[in-house]
Design a binder for this molecule. Structure first.
Ligand SMILES: *Cc1c(COP(=O)(O)O)cnc(C)c1O
Length: 374
């Protein structure tokens, strides 16, 4: 008998049953319409609007292109964009790809999100927009950010890659800001293999964005802007429609895991977690814990490698900070002295395994190691 334990991965793609996907493929083959705003593309946009509680959505081939396109659509061609260093690199890359200058602002330790108190001091005459992230699906302080943006005439683009289905007081977080973007990458709560979307708030803006994601074509012989190609195809749209039927059950399972982790780890000295808000509907996309080495008796990295040796694959998410990566580290705002909270979080965080496929035994194995029972 093979007694070797398999690895417990940090994430696992939500895969719909293959036999249920085959009829969709048959239909696509029969109709011979495989991309360019086909039936499944249109249907998925409609179903996602209903599911997410938003009015206008445009599907994309991944979660990075809608970020890049958002800044294009808002006409931001030069200047600075205020953003968070505590995110996935794509957030800052999207600013750079528009020829704009990212300006990093420190985060709030209660959420991991950009600290509104610090945004205003980073505003200069060159500032054009704010790009916050609802990190781990924790909602940003969207009202404060809106006030600051309005006062200075700035656009707001939320990177909502982690915030699929997140609501505050019954309202989708995706309705905040000028534009919000989603990622449907395989590692995310809801996936279309690769994929993403952009949420906006008017029919005119959606039309504009739909042109931009198709080379800027506004008709057979007219191009209205230098667009890009980032259209989602029929195969992934169909897969997304099917996967949407499974996402609620997947989120419910994640909630159970989150509750169990929280209950056990609350009693472990040297581990801290985010405090959930009662008025927020979360999607439990990640389960970050923060290690205080002095109290825990082990550094974050010691725990990380110990977990790894035991086949429990956590993730130091987000470490290093984006501002510490080669392309950005020379920017004045990337100075670690400017970002003490983000730095402390990046140096102490581990995201525990969190996905719909974890069994109770897996969760127990994770907790045994993290709570130092062995
Ligand atoms: C995953 C992710 C992205 C990029 O999405 P892709 O679909 O992988 O291109 C952008 N921002 C954040 C915060 C992410 O986690």
């Amino acid at each position: 008998m093979n007694t070797e334990k398999t690895n417990i991965t940090v994430t696992s793609p939500l895969l719909p049953p293959l036999e249920e996907f085959l009829p969709y493929l048959q239909d696509i083959w029969d109709r011979k319409w495989i991309t360019n705003n086909g039936n499944y593309h249109k249907e998925l946009e409609k179903k996602l609007c209903e599911y997410l509680g938003v009015e206008y959505i445009s599907l994309f081939t991944n979660g990075t292109l809608p970020l890049i396109t958002a800044l294009q659509a808002l006409g931001i061609r030069e200047g600075e964009v205020i953003t968070t260093p505590y995110s996935f690199v794509a957030t800052t890359h999207s600013i750079w790809w528009n020829g704009l200058k990212p300006v990093f602002v420190d985060v709030d330790p209660a959420t991991g999100n950009i600290d509104p108190e610090r945004i205003e001091e980073a505003v200069t005459p060159a500032t054009k927009a704010i790009m916050p992230v609802h990190v781990y699906g924790n909602p940003c302080d969207t009202e404060r950010i809106r006030e600051i943006a309005d006062r200075h005439g700035l656009k707001v683009v939320y990177d909502a890659a982690h915030a699929f289905g997140v609501e505050v007081q019954g309202e989708s977080i995706l309705n905040a800001g000028d534009i919000s973007t989603l990622s449907f990458h395989a590692t995310k709560t809801y996936n279309t293999v690769e994929g993403g979307a952009l949420v906006c708030h008017s029919a005119e803006m959606k039309q504009h964005i739909d042109y931009l994601k198709n080379f800027g074509f506004a008709g057979e012989t007219s191009v209205m802007a230098p667009g890009i190609n980032s259209k989602m195809d029929e195969i992934r749209s169909a897969y997304g429609l099917l996967n949407l039927q499974y996402v609620d059950a997947a989120i419910a399972h994640r909630k159970n895991i989150s509750d169990t982790y929280r209950e056990v780890l609350n009693d472990v000295e040297g581990i801290s977690m985010f405090e959930p808000r009662p008025d927020v509907k979360y999607n439990y996309s990640y389960f970050p814990i923060f290690i205080d080495a002095g109290k825990y008796g082990m550094t974050r990295d010691e725990l990380y490698f110990k977990m790894k040796e035991s086949g429990v694959l956590g993730r130091r998410y987000f470490y290093p900070l984006i501002s510490d990566f080669e392309p950005y580290k020379e920017l004045p705002s990337a100075d670690p002295a400017n970002l003490p909270v983000a730095k402390r979080m990046a140096d102490s965080v581990i995201c525990l395994p969190m996905h719909h496929d974890l069994s109770a035994a897996d969760v127990e194995r994770v907790l045994e190691i993290v709570s130092r029972k062995r």
